[in-house]
Ligand binder design. Structure first.
Ligand SMILES: [Zn+2]
Length: 57
């Protein structure tokens, strides 16, 4: 299940597709290797009431 997102679009993890409006929502730290990042587009953020990661700190 490796999703290769097109370079010009950010992948939205909520509707599982590329989006121009996707922003970072969540970073899941892992003990080893790179952390998992989750992005959501504007419509998905509105529907799920998601807060961008940058606005939370
Ligand atoms: Zn979306």
């Amino acid at each position: 299940m490796t999703a290769s997102a097109p370079a010009l679009h950010t992948w939205c993890d909520w509707h599982a597709g590329p989006s121009e409006t996707a922003v970072l929502i969540d970073v899941i730290e892992q003990g080893s290797g790179p952390g998992i990042t989750r992005f959501a587009c504007a419509p998905c953020r509105e529907q799920r009431g998601l807060t961008p990661y940058a606005d939370r700190r």
